[in-house]
Ligand binder design. Structure first.
Ligand code: SIN
Length: 280
């Protein structure tokens, strides 16, 4: 296996690895690379939905995926599809976020496999939330350490959400009623690396606990902007057969809506996570 870092702080491209024939030593090496680089872009795979389910199982087993509809035979595999003839350029995941932080136990990892990609465009960007935490002043770290944030699916999947209107070839079911909220620490400790991450995102984090949205917004905006500073980000350019695996416990990501008129099909699974814990 060849591992080439994509940037100084996040992401690595992996070649010369066959995910369908992964011995224990290679699996361990992949796991170590994952802890170090947070996002692994594994090239030249040839996967069926069943293979993807097998890899997801090996990584810890599937997470719960409400709102999105999976393949009939493989409900944990969600097709993320934009057809060439769609009227909206808006692609799924086109806003910085960490997957499903509105859940009590959000996914630990996400796998996204490229089936069909535009010749150019449709890249996915990733940001390192450990690095964002490390960049904070001691005073801000101390202030944030005692805070929890309220996460909700309302903007994407609430009764008024319009995301699904832009995604003609995905089956998305919005909540009829205002979705439940979840409280998570603002500074979470990664369960494997034990490193602190600044764990908020602009899609699902709606406010700080015991504060209004208006009061929370300036600081959330500042922190979300810090997380996506260029030096904390990498960009994955897809090609058919690329599988990218990312760590939801320390990253945000964002898809780009720049390929209208071209087809893109991905298969997505998540790996079940743990209850996020505060960094003490
Ligand atoms: C996602 O946010 O899960 C999908 C990202 C992408 O399609 O690039």
């Amino acid at each position: 296996m060849i591992i080439r870092p994509l940037t100084g702080l996040i992401g690595a491209e992996i070649t010369d690895l066959d995910l369908n024939n992964l011995d224990e030593a290679s699996f361990q090496a992949l796991d170590n690379a994952f802890a170090q680089h947070l996002v692994l872009c594994i090239r030249d795979q040839s996967l069926t939905p069943s293979d993807l389910v097998g890899i997801t199982d090996r990584l810890g087993g599937p997470g719960e995926t409400p709102y999105l509809t999976g393949l009939e035979e493989y409900p944990d595999v969600v097709p993320v599809i934009k057809e060439a003839n769609e009227s909206s350029p808006h692609t799924f995941g086109a806003g910085w976020h960490t997957d499903f932080t509105f859940q009590a136990t959000p996914p630990a990892k996400t796998l996204l496999y490229a089936v069909d990609t535009p010749a150019a465009g449709g890249d996915t960007l990733y940001a390192n939330m450990y690095a964002a935490y490390d960049a904070l002043s001691d005073g801000m770290k101390a202030a944030l350490k005692s805070l929890n944030a309220v996460h909700s699916a309302t903007r994407s999947y609430g009764p008024q959400a319009t995301l699904k209107n832009h995604l003609e070839h995905m089956t998305i079911t919005n909540d009829d009623q205002e979705p439940d909220t979840q409280l998570h620490p603002v500074i979470c400790m990664h369960p494997v690396t034990k490193r602190p991450a600044l764990w908020i995102n602009p899609t699902y984090t709606i406010r700080f606990e015991n504060m209004t949205q208006e009061e929370s917004k300036p600081l959330l905006d500042y922190l979300n902007q810090l997380i996506i500073s260029p030096q904390f980000c990498c960009r994955v350019r897809w090609q058919p057969g690329t599988l990218t695996l990312w760590d939801n416990r320390c990253t945000q990501h964002c898809a780009t809506s720049d390929y209208q008129g071209h087809r893109r099909e991905m298969w997505r699974t998540t790996v079940a996570g743990e209850t996020p814990i505060a960094f003490a």
